[in-house]
Design a protein around this ligand. Structure first.
Ligand code: SME
Length: 156
């Protein structure tokens, strides 16, 4: 059934699924882990979905689905570090054109990174990669920001 659904419809299902998964769960790590898994298994055209936590001035690998990834990313480096530093969602159509892109998985071709804020500071980023060029658009931005908002309001 799912292959006939458009992206927005899949995201609506995904939002409902994540709301259900995190409802009443007060452990943020568990919620990040289930969120990464739910996102990864919703879209066949992504090869990595997960979180980096902002700790001691750098990003550290958190729960994810996909191939093993770089453990540390310096603030301001790569797509993740830039999104964390600028506190804005970054949509990269072609990672080969992004100066300083960090290739953890050589298959990744486009990427979206959404910062997650706690107490007005970036506490993590949600990073999703696709092997397709220009896979992510404003629909992904809108829904992934909504997912991140859900996580921001779960207690820590
Ligand atoms: N491409 C990212 C690094 C993280 S991985 O691809 C999972 C970046 O440039 O920040």
């Amino acid at each position: 059934k799912r292959i006939f659904m458009n992206k927005a419809a899949r995201y609506e299902d995904l939002l409902r699924e994540i709301r259900g998964l995190i409802a009443g769960v007060k452990d943020p790590l568990a919620n990040y882990a289930n969120t990464a898994a739910a996102i990864y298994h919703t879209f066949p055209d992504i090869n990595w979905a997960g979180f980096y936590f902002f700790k001691d001035g750098k990003l550290v690998l958190g729960p994810f689905q996909g191939r093993p990834a770089c453990v540390f990313i310096s603030a301001g480096k790569g797509v993740c570090g830039t999104a964390a530093e600028t506190k804005t969602t970054l949509v990269v159509e072609d990672v080969l054109d992004f100066p300083g892109h960090i290739a953890c998985d050589a298959r990744s071709r486009s990427e979206i990174v959404v910062p997650l804020m706690r107490n007005r500071k970036v506490s993590a980023v949600l990073d999703i990669d696709s092997p397709m060029k220009s896979y992510f658009d404003r629909t992904d931005k809108k829904y992934l920001e909504a997912i991140v908002s859900l996580l921001e309001t779960t207690s820590s």
